[in-house]
Design a protein around this ligand. Structure first.
Ligand SMILES: [Zn+2]
Length: 345
């Protein structure tokens, strides 16, 4: 009997510059960027390999894809294609992330980068009207809070029907959440829903992976992002099941947790899938959803779901909660939700 497919049709944690759809147009993007492609080379496999070293610098790894996303046309194509591919995979809602700061190395301004992404999304939705895709504007946390605020000021001037929220991403170990208390406050005041990557990883690039050693720091970062910065959603949040006070807080305040088990395992940030305590969170009513993170170079969401299902043996109720939680905690609401979801959220 074939293994069950992932029930999730709403993606909230989906990096456009690390997503599977990019693989489809990678060769075109290299050509558009004027980059040489060795004859007969499996370009996708080559680029994929560069991401898979757990000790690699994350920004350096992403330069392999962001490097060919430096023009309006390239970002338009990536966003358009993202919509089309996700729709073809049965996804009905997605928030795709790009960080404009990584797309300006040839002079593209953040405003033009956002315009290209939104134009690409609109074009993709015209082709695939059953899906709703919005732009979750990412900020690489190595920026100073002041630089982040300048970016948010740009986001305020963009089409906010499509730019539905802001997420702080990248190196949590080097730049823990408290660095951005001020810029998150600015985003709140500007009316943006805030997502924040927190409790993903806290070890340096040369440290041995050890979830149990890192757990106190992972809890502390989660506490800052949830209770001090009052973020509506948390990306990863792998320490949550080990922090009863934060579990209660997340429940009372309806905080969404965008889980990415495939990413956590591949990055060696958890010793195994059991450590994520997924069913404990679902059964407690935590708004935890399953997401791909970067399925260009990580397992796709069906593989991740099946690996988790082998560990947790999800019940029908848990599967439904996983699906509903994503719909409940999405930031954009331009289109109607599927008929079987609408009465339940
Ligand atoms: Zn992420």
């Amino acid at each position: 009997m074939p293994e069950p497919r992932c029930p999730v049709d709403c993606l909230l944690h989906d990096h456009g510059d690390g997503a599977y759809p990019l693989a489809i147009v990678l060769r075109d993007l290299f050509t558009m960027a004027g980059k040489a492609i060795p004859d007969n080379a499996d370009l996708v496999a080559q680029v994929r390999k560069k991401f898979q070293d757990p000790h690699a610098d994350i920004i350096e790894a992403f330069s392999n894809t962001t490097g060919v996303l430096q023009t309006w046309d390239a970002l338009f194509l990536a966003a358009h294609n993202h919509v089309v591919v996700r729709a073809s995979q049965g996804i009905r809602y997605a928030e795709v992330m790009f960080a404009p700061q990584y797309h300006g190395f040839q002079g593209l301004t953040p405003k033009r980068a956002v315009e290209a992404i939104i134009a690409g999304i609109k074009s993709g939705e015209q082709k695939c009207p059953d899906i709703e895709v919005n732009f979750l504007a990412a900020i690489g946390r190595e920026l100073s809070p002041e630089q982040a605020i300048e970016l948010i000021k740009v986001f305020e001037e963009c089409d906010r029907n499509y730019l539905v929220g802001i997420d702080w991403v990248c190196d949590e170990a080097a730049f823990p959440p408290e660095r951005h208390i001020k810029s998150v406050r600015y985003a709140h005041d500007a009316g943006f829903p805030v997502d924040f990557h927190a409790s993903e990883w806290v070890r340096g690039p040369h440290d041995t992976p050890d979830f149990w050693r890192d757990l106190p720091q992972l809890v502390q970062n989660l506490n800052i992002a949830m209770r001090v910065m009052r973020c509506k959603r948390i990306g990863h949040g792998i320490a949550l099941p080990y922090a009863p006070t934060l579990m209660r807080y997340a429940l009372i305040n309806q905080i969404g947790i965008t889980g990415c088990p495939g990413s956590n395992l591949q990055g060696q940030n958890v010793p195994d899938l059991e450590a994520l305590q997924i069913t404990q969170m679902l059964d407690s009513g935590i708004l935890w959803s399953m997401n791909p993170d970067d399925d260009f170079f990580q397992p796709d969401i069906n593989e991740v779901y099946q690996a988790c299902d082998r560990v947790y043996c999800f019940t029908a109720e848990q599967r439904m909660r996983m699906r509903l939680n994503a719909w409940k905690t999405r930031f954009g609401k331009r289109k109607p939700v599927p008929n079987d979801i609408a009465p339940l959220i």
